[in-house]
Each structure stands twice: as C-alpha cells, then as structure tokens.
Design a protein around this ligand. Structure first.
Ligand code: PAF
Length: 292
C-alpha cells in the first residue's frame, strides 16, 4: 500500500492559512474534532465530512479542560502516527494537532458554560466535562470556521450540548451527527475500549444488549421505572461493576420521560474494570409492537 501522507499543522495560524487557500478556490470545509486513538467510528465521521464538504479537517487534541482531577487524562491512549495514517486512508485532507500551549496559552481565563442539556446523565457524574467540551469545540470552530462539523451520536449528550451552544452563540456552522459504529457483537466503538481486559471485553456487549431490549419495551408503551430497573439489573448481572445511570430522555431537550410518546433516547453509562462505557439507542414509539 502506498498511502498518501497527511499534512499536519500545529498552529492556529497554519490551520487558518490552509483553510483560507481552500476558500479562495471556492471549496467548502468539514471539521471532525477528535481526541485521537482513532477507530472506525471516527473514520466514518471523516468520510461523512468528505461527503458534506470538499475538504475534511480532523483535529487531534486530548483536551485537559474536559477531564476531572481523578479522571484518565494522563493514561488516555495516544497514537498520532497511527491516527495520521488512518485519516489519510479515510480521505482526510488535513490534521490539526495543536499542543496544550497553543490551545490554552498562559493567561487563558475564559469559560463556556451550557445549562439545560448539560445537566444530569454524564453531566452529573463528570461535572467538568461539558464545560471543557463546549470551550474546546467553540475554539476549534472559531479557529477553522468550517461549513459543517461532524460529531458521533455515541456521545449523544455531548452532541446535544454542542447543538445547543452553537445555536445560542450564533456560531455559523452546521452540526451533523454521525451514527454510532459498533463491533459485530454490538459494543459501541470507543477509544476507551482499549482499557478492557479480554474477560471484560467479552462482558462489554451486555450494555448494548440491555439498551436494545429496554428500548423495545419502552417503544411498546411500558413505563420507564420497571423497564429501567430490569435493564440496570441485567447490566450488573452480566458483570459490570456499577451503573452510573440508565435513563429515558426526550431525544432533543434530554428532559426525563416516564413514557415514550415521541422521539426519545435511552442512554446509559456503566463501569467495567478501568473503563467507563457509555452507549445510547433511539427509542421508536410503536405501541402494540414488541414489549419483550
Ligand atoms: O468526543 C470527543 O472526542 C471530544 O469530547 C471532543 C468533541 C473532540 C472535544 O474534545
């Protein structure tokens, strides 16, 4: 294989110069923000970006402001060379890989705080996360000024938070969600799956199985309380150490729901060894359908 190597820029000035050249040629630009250690889920977002725009820019930055003090920032997996090769193969045109000083120079003192959709779910267990995500994504959008930015639905709450602040702050970019890419046994692809031991990896698909089963029951009209309790019990019985949450929410506002009557989402986070796995599925309202 003779893969084309991917241009890498590390400064905002170089990113802007490259994008400006494309703009002068009348080309449109898609941005795909990532924290690296890329898998097929990320590459699908890059391909989607390439369908939506003439050029795709991926970003690689393990953003310290979205990690809490006891979280996995230091051990978050990293492989820039491997990522660059994968991105080149997926048709990416440019990688923006700044260091922390480029993103947060001395004296940095600004925050971006998003209410509403940031609260509850992961926001309750990782209080630092969505402020950090909103800050870094705001910066990346203003640095690259893309036409469209693509984010995975695997991080469903994150996607809704990003849609919210982009609307609230009038940032002129279209936000596009990309479907979750799964392993053949249903496990959602995630860079953090690399933390799983082989035994834990065999247990991990139980999270998605429980969500799919519960979503069918909820879509059939059952009350959330007992369905979610059964799902939680089945995740623990499979071998997960604890369940941070499993919750039925309105698909857009993420307001809690007792019953499904329109677009809804079932979301969960659970601990397996050193990995905190998250997943979510759409709940399709189909009264009289499957209630298994
Ligand atoms: O989903 C991620 O990888 C990160 O939260 C993001 C959006 C790149 C911001 O750091």
């Amino acid at each position: 294989m003779n893969a084309k190597s991917l241009p890498i820029v590390r400064t905002v000035a170089d990113l802007r110069a490259t994008v400006a050249g494309w703009r002068r040629a009348g080309e449109t630009v898609a941005l795909i923000p990532t924290m690296g250690y890329l898998h097929e889920g990320h590459l699908a977002l890059v391909r989607r970006g390439r369908e939506l725009a003439d050029r795709a820019v991926a970003t690689l930055f393990v953003n310290p402001t979205q990690f809490g003090p006891t979280e996995d920032l230091a051990r978050y997996p990293r492989d820039e060379a491997g990522d660059a090769a994968k991105l080149a193969g997926a048709g990416c045109d440019l990688l923006f890989a700044p260091d922390a000083a480029e993103m947060y120079p001395p004296g940095f003192a600004t925050s971006v705080s998003v209410g509403g959709v940031s609260q509850g779910l992961c926001g309750a267990f990782r209080p630092q996360m969505f402020g950090g995500v909103a800050l870094v994504v705001t910066k990346l959008l203003l640095q690259a000024l893309p036409d469209v930015a693509v984010f995975g639905e695997k991080d469903y709450q994150q996607l809704q938070v990003i849609r919210r602040f982009v609307r609230d702050l009038d940032i002129p970019v279209r936000i596009e969600g990309g479907a979750t890419v799964r392993e053949p046994d249903g496990l959602a692809m995630s860079s953090r799956n690399s933390y799983l031991t082989p035994v834990e990896r065999a247990v991990a698909p139980a999270l998605n199985r429980a969500l799919v089963r519960a979503a069918a029951a909820l879509g059939g009209g059952r009350d959330a309380g007992p369905v979610l309790a059964e799902a939680r019990a089945s995740i623990l019985a499979a071998g997960f150490a604890s369940v941070d949450y499993i919750d039925l929410r309105d698909a857009e506002s993420l307001a809690p729901l007792e019953r499904v009557a329109g677009p809804a989402r079932l979301l969960a986070a659970a601990w397996l060894g050193k990995a905190r796995l998250i997943d979510n599925v759409a709940v399709v309202f189909a009264p009289g359908g499957s209630e298994s």
